[in-house]
Design a protein around this ligand. Sequence first.
Ligand SMILES: [Zn+2]
Length: 263
Amino acid sequence: MVATVLAGLATACGGGATAPDAAASPAAAPVESPPAASATTPGTATATPAGSASPASPTEPASPTESASPRPIVPPPFAAKIGKVSRAEVRYSWHEGCPVSVGDLRKITMTYWGFDDKSHTGELVVNKSAADDLVSVFSKLYDHRYPIRRMESVDVYKGSDYDSIDADNTSAFNCRSATGSSSWSQHAYGLAVDVNPRENPYVYADGSHAHKNATGFVERPLKKPGVVNAGDFVVRTFDGIGWGWGGSWSGAKDFQHFSSNGR
Ligand SMILES: [Zn+2]
């Protein structure tokens, strides 16, 4: 740090009075403000144009003139924040009698890669016991550029699994029974994630499915963006945290579904 500051001063002096602020108060104030602006996580590394004034340049002090254009092309690195969930945030998806308390849920706010080849920010409500593992999974999916349509709490859909699926929404917690069953779904514990449900539909044993927009995504293997296939990167990444895939079930197959116990 000291070396960088000195180098910066040296350049400033050599090039004429470019950095009057730095000269006036050599204290650390200007250096500390840019990281504070991007408060999210320890791992953010927000080396984007915002901080380009001077503190962002220590990585390439040699050529300040070139730092103008190449930066914006590089997508931001994956970033995630794990926070508590308020009762209001799960107003529709949680109710008395659910097998997990609101206090045991966490909201992951994180970047995901979109079908538009751009970085987006989404929210995933999960069991707190799985939050760290899921951050690691979605970090890998992001780096792999696996596209995700959208990532919102099912509360945005008033807790309707059907509407969330219809919107191709990737989500996790929803206090509901398993499809075709009276027992709790793993989603009711926040221990299951549905990924791109349009591209990865729930297919009944007779080959039928419930969403018109999923026609064309029922067969496997299938080479289309966002589609999950047996043994592919997405399946292997969830397998890395011990989570099983609904596409490997016999009978009905739930291609969108990953869960901690494989059910
Ligand atoms: Zn599911």
